[in-house]
Structure formats: C-alpha cells, structure tokens
Ligand binder design. Structure first.
Ligand code: ADP
Length: 383
C-alpha cells in the first residue's frame, strides 16, 4: 500500500458481530495499521475513545445496547475530535439523515472488501489531517490578531499618556516664561523627564521581546553579592510613589552553607526579574500594605518570593499572565504595558529557572522564582 499520510497507530473498531470485527482487525493489521480495541456497544465505545484517544473510529450503526452507532458518534463528537466512519448493511432515509448530522468521515456498506476498507480509511484520514491544518492555521491567526490588538491598545495608550504630559508641561513652561517659580519649573521638567523615561522603557521592553524571540540573549552568571544586590534594588524601587508601602526584606542562607561561598548569577537578568516583580508588587499594592521579599539561598538553587496584599489577579487571567502585552482585567487606571512579566519569564527560563504565581483577587499575590546557581567555594580556590 502506498501511504502518503501518517500511518495511524490507533483505530477503534465498534462492532457487535464478532466475525465482522475480527475480519476488520485482520485487514487492518495486514495493511500495517495498529488498532486499539474491538468493542461491541456504544457505551464501551465512548469510554474507550476517552481513554485511548484513537486516531479513527470504525462504527457499526446497529449496535446491541441502549444506544446505536449514530448516537454513539454524536456523543463521541461532543468530547473528542476524532474522525468516524460508519459501517452498516442497510440504511433508510431517516437513519441516513441522522448519520449525516454527525458529520461522518466516511460510510462503508457491508459486505465490503479489504481494498474498500483501506481506501475509505485513507481518504478519511487525509481529510481529517487537512481540516486539522486549517483549524490550526485559524487558531494561529486568532492568536496573532489578539496580540496585534493588545499591542496597538497598549502602545497607543502608553505613548499617548507621556506625550500629553510632555506637551502639557512644555506648553506651561513656554507660556509662563519667567513668571513660573523655580519649584514649579523643576516640577514641569521632572514630568517631562519622567514621561521620556517611560517611553524609553516601553521601547526597551519591545526591543528585549524582539531580542529574546530572535534568541539573541545570553545568560552570563558572574560572582554576585546577592544580599547587597537585593538591598540596592529595593532602595531603587522603594521611593517610588508609595512611601507607605514598605518592602520588608528577609535574606536567609540555609544552615550549613559556608558564608564564604560565592554565588554566580547574571546581574542583568536578575535585575530585570526581581526589579519587575518587586515594582509590580508595590504598584499593585494598596497603600499602607507592605510587601514581603524573601530570598533563601540553598546549596543548588535560590528561592525568591515576593508577596503583596494588593489588588490580586482574577483567576481567569492567571493562565495568560506571562503573554506579551497581557494585562489582567482588574488593573483599571494603573498604568502598564503587560510586557514586564513576559520578559521576566523568558529571563527566568534563560537562567534555567522556574516562575509561578499564586493570587487571589482583592487579597494579594505571591510570585515565586527558583534559579539554579553556580556556587563557588572560595576557600577551595585559595587553599
Ligand atoms: P504591567 O506593565 O501591566 O504591570 P506586567 O507584564 O509586569 O505588566 O504584568 C502583567 C499583568 O499582571 C499586569 O498588567 C497585572 O494585571 C498583573 N500583575 C502583575 N503583578 C501583579 C501584582 N503583584 N498584583 C496584581 N496584579 C499583577
């Protein structure tokens, strides 16, 4: 047999006449197909399809049991996407109409010969594969369209706000001339500066996404004083708009780990990973609710945990949180691009680590990152 399609390994035969079932099985094995099982009732067929997920089902219409082959096909169609070929000796108009409604992939009239069986199976599989390819391409198109809409929404929103701020502040500076007080003048310049920084950050994030997609980024672990690094990072993030939201830092070296061990991590990747998670924790926190940042250094890995008591994340948004330009539905007026966590995830993976998030809306969020480390024993180098 010439076979351009992939040979299916699993075919389920639903046939209550044992002799016919065994004939089909022998024909399939001879033609090089694998098969799953022979079952004699609709109920068994539904169960076997769910368990074994066959590539194709050969379904007798008249089955002993409470449901016939057409009803069985209908119920299978509700649960799984598997091509079904009906087998029967005789069919009246009503039965044919019911069979057509289940959108079968073929129909074989008994008695059929070996060649007819194989040709019908081959055509059904070729059609199923072609339809799958179309479905996949439509899925990809849908994902692309959603991404494009999110991209346009975020970029226009995140550019328009700082641009308006620049326009407004520069107009005031121009219009008021020398009459503006030095303090006011500083404020307007600060606003312009902040707006330019935000736009710059947005462009940097878009560039990073491009670089990670092109596989251009590398991970270069270097010796790092992790405790000091974290303290400096907190110092940079802390003074942001919410002075009442304090980041409480807990640094824990696992007992038994010599203090002169040297931790190696990629500073640039880590700055982005922790910087983003911490500034999000502050940004999405309610005022006066502190953030807890725990770092635990273990022999093989480092565990980072950032816990806040902020707006939390709706359950429905959690699976998409690390996608480009994705923002949860409860962010309201809190500004952002939905790019940070996507970059964080890629950086964590580049470092060979993992990231998970647990969150309850209106209660708070906890981000957990585990990074493997290269720990150098300095004393072994110097001795
Ligand atoms: P953004 O620039 O919007 O903050 P991120 O990629 O950093 O983008 O985060 C994606 C989304 O995840 C955010 O828009 C927000 O909906 C949600 N999120 C991230 N961190 C938190 C947090 N600590 N608390 C609540 N929501 C968060």
């Amino acid at each position: 047999m010439t076979n351009s399609t992939k040979i299916p390994s699993k075919i389920l035969i639903v046939e209550d006449e044992n002799v016919v079932a065994l004939y089909i099985k022998a024909s399939l094995l001879e033609a090089g197909y694998g098969f799953v099982a022979i079952v004699g009732s609709g109920e068994e067929a539904i169960e076997s399809t769910a368990i074994y997920q066959p590539d194709l089902v050969l379904m007798d219409i008249r089955l002993g049991g409470s449901i016939d082959g057409i009803e069985t096909a209908r119920q299978i169609g509700e649960q799984s996407n598997v091509p079904i070929i009906f087998l029967t000796a005789h069919i009246d108009r009503d039965t044919l109409n019911r069979a057509k409604a289940t959108d079968p992939f073929g129909y074989l009239v008994k008695p059929f010969d070996n060649q007819n069986l194989i040709i019908t199976i081959e055509i059904a599989l070729a059609r199923f594969n072609a339809e799958e390819a179309i479905r996949e391409s439509l899925r990809q198109q849908k994902i692309f369209n959603e991404l494009r809409s999110r991209f346009v929404a975020v970029i226009s929103h995140e550019l328009r706000n700082p641009l308006s701020s620049i326009l407004f502040s520069s107009e005031l500076l121009q219009r008021c001339g020398d009459s503006v007080s030095p303090d006011r003048r500083d404020l307007y310049f600060q606003r312009i500066h902040g707006a330019v920084q935000r736009m710059n950050q947005l462009l940097n994030d878009v560039l990073i996404i491009g670089e990670t997609e092109a596989g251009k980024l590398e991970c270069n672990p270097m010796p790092l004083n992790l405790e000091l690094f974290c303290q400096e990072l907190i110092f940079e993030i802390q003074p942001e708009k919410k002075p009442n939201c304090v980041i409480n830092f807990i640094y824990d070296l696992t007992a038994g780990l010599p203090v002169d061990f040297e931790i190696r991590l990629d500073r640039k990747l880590l700055t982005h990973i922790l910087g983003n998670i911490l500034s999000n924790a502050v940004k999405y926190s309610l005022n006066s609710r502190n953030v807890r940042f725990t770092v635990q250094v273990m022999a093989q890995e480092i565990y980072f945990e950032v816990e806040d008591h902020g707006i939390g994340i709706p359950e429905a948004d959690l699976p998409s949180l690390f996608n480009d330009f994705y923002r949860a539905s409860n962010v309201k007026a809190i500004s952002g691009t939905g790019l940070g966590l996507s970059i964080v995830k890629q950086y964590v993976e580049l470092h060979g680590g993992t990231i998970v998030v647990q969150s309850i809306e209106n209660y708070g969020s906890t981000f957990k990152v585990v990074l493997p480390i290269t720990v150098e024993n300095i004393s072994s180098h110097t001795s």
